[in-house]
Design a protein around this ligand. Structure first.
Ligand code: ADP
Length: 391
């Protein structure tokens, strides 16, 4: 069965077509700059990467081109062959504890939850509607980023603010990156060969979140009502003293929207270093002796260590710590610094093994008290698996 995994952003559309249940990737790619001019797309097929310019006024244009490419490249002979489409959807509120088939009521709920994910939910809805128009016989499935975190206990998801903010406005911790944490949780349990595990998953990319997972179920996670909570990130501040906001509003004469924008897009590694949100640039700055890059990296590592330590206590121990996403999979020095900062827990880094990028590997020594792994995440595959199961 051919299943298409889709991740629609406001101006982008990532896709991967799978043959299921074999989990074979037939074609993948991304459409970029949709609706903002100078649009283009890249496609990966049989190890070849093709980049083409195209007029992409909207997501439907992107799907039309995708169909053309699929047929021209003989991946399919008609759109009917694609039996289902799984969509990455971010915010499912408290209602969606699992992935679901999409009908009108699911879309209405996504609209209802849009204020909680103003960038992501409207983009996903656009992608769903466009996909429905082009692939009208395919079943559509929503895979929510928040659903894996639905198993958290109230003690971890209620904020210490007036309780009515939760009941009236839905203010609580929802968490994000759930599809990635779920993929990693499943894989590490396979590696460990058991289900009764205590695992700390570190999804560290541009956005970063850490989760505490007990027996395959999330009990706590670092992102909150929005993605701007928990650890410091590429351009997001993560946890800060919330009184900074009214203070800066007054002192710098800024609106809450301006500050929110700065806290999401100009803070984190970028804000502290003044150089970049990209960890490769920070690593280069450190090599050149840039003091602010050195400070930014030390802070970044410290915040991650703090969360791991917190979750170690919450889980009452840990069988494994897993690093994933752009930085987790590729930054040898960041992993080394985090693990060395955790030596008090009996964690021992295997320097040779850690000298790896983007591959599944045990990076702690045999006598390390906690096994530390790099596991590349695969949200698209998780979406395809859920979609396959549902249809
Ligand atoms: P997101 O999906 O949140 O946009 P990614 O998971 O793609 O982010 O991660 C992007 C981050 O991964 C960037 O900070 C980038 O610098 C980092 N990264 C990618 N490759 C490397 C590398 N070889 N060394 C260090 N960092 C890397």
């Amino acid at each position: 069965m051919k299943i298409l995994s889709v991740n629609a952003g406001s101006s982008s559309l990532k896709f991967r077509l799978f043959e299921m249940p074999a989990e074979e990737v037939l074609i993948s790619g991304v459409f970029e700059r949709i609706g903002i001019g100078e649009s283009f797309y890249t496609i990966k097929l049989n190890k070849d990467k093709i980049k083409k310019e195209a007029i992409l006024n909207n997501h439907e244009d992107a799907f039309k081109i995708l169909v053309k490419e699929l047929i021209e490249n003989k991946v399919i002979s008609s759109t009917d062959e694609i039996k289902a489409i799984g969509h990455r959807t971010v915010q499912g509120g408290e209602k969606y504890k699992q992935s679901v088939r999409i009908d009108e009521s699911v879309i209405n709920d996504m609209i209802k939850y849009s204020p909680l994910a103003p960038l992501h939910n409207p983009a996903a809805i656009t992608g769903i509607k466009a996909a429905k128009n082009i692939f009208n016989s395919a079943e559509q499935v929503a895979v929510f980023d928040t659903s894996f975190h639905a198993t958290m206990d109230k003690i971890n998801y209620i904020y210490p603010v007036p309780y009515e903010w939760y009941t009236k406005y839905g203010v609580r911790k929802y968490g994000m990156h759930g599809t990635s944490h779920r993929f990693i949780s499943k894989r590490i349990n396979e590696i460990l060969g058991k289900d009764n595990t205590k695992v700390i998953t570190c999804h560290i990319g541009n956005g970063a979140s850490i989760s505490a997972i007990l027996n395959g179920k999330c009990i706590d996670t670092s992102m909150g009502l929005t993605p701007n909570a928990g650890v410091m990130m590429g351009s997001r501040c993560g946890d800060i003293d919330c009184s900074i906001i009214p203070y800066i509003m007054k002192e710098a004469n800024m609106t809450s929207e301006e500050i929110d924008n700065i806290l999401n897009k100009k803070s984190g590694l970028l804000g502290v270093s003044g150089v970049s949100s990209d960890s490769r640039d920070i690593e280069k700055g450190i090599e050149e002796g840039n003091e602010r890059c050195i400070l930014a990296q030390k802070m970044f590592v410290r915040k991650i260590i703090n969360y791991i330590a917190m979750y170690y206590v919450e889980l009452k121990g840990a069988d494994a710590i897993v690093f994933t996403a752009g930085i987790g999979e590729n930054s040898i020095s960041t992993r080394k610094q985090i693990m060395e900062g955790l030596d008090v827990l009996g964690i021992k880094l295997d320097e040779n093994a850690n000298n790896c990028r983007g591959e599944e590997k045990l990076i702690s020594t045999k006598d390390s008290k906690i096994a530390c792994y790099v596991i590349p995440t695969d949200e698209e595959l998780m979406i395809a698996r859920d979609t396959y199961e549902l249809v």
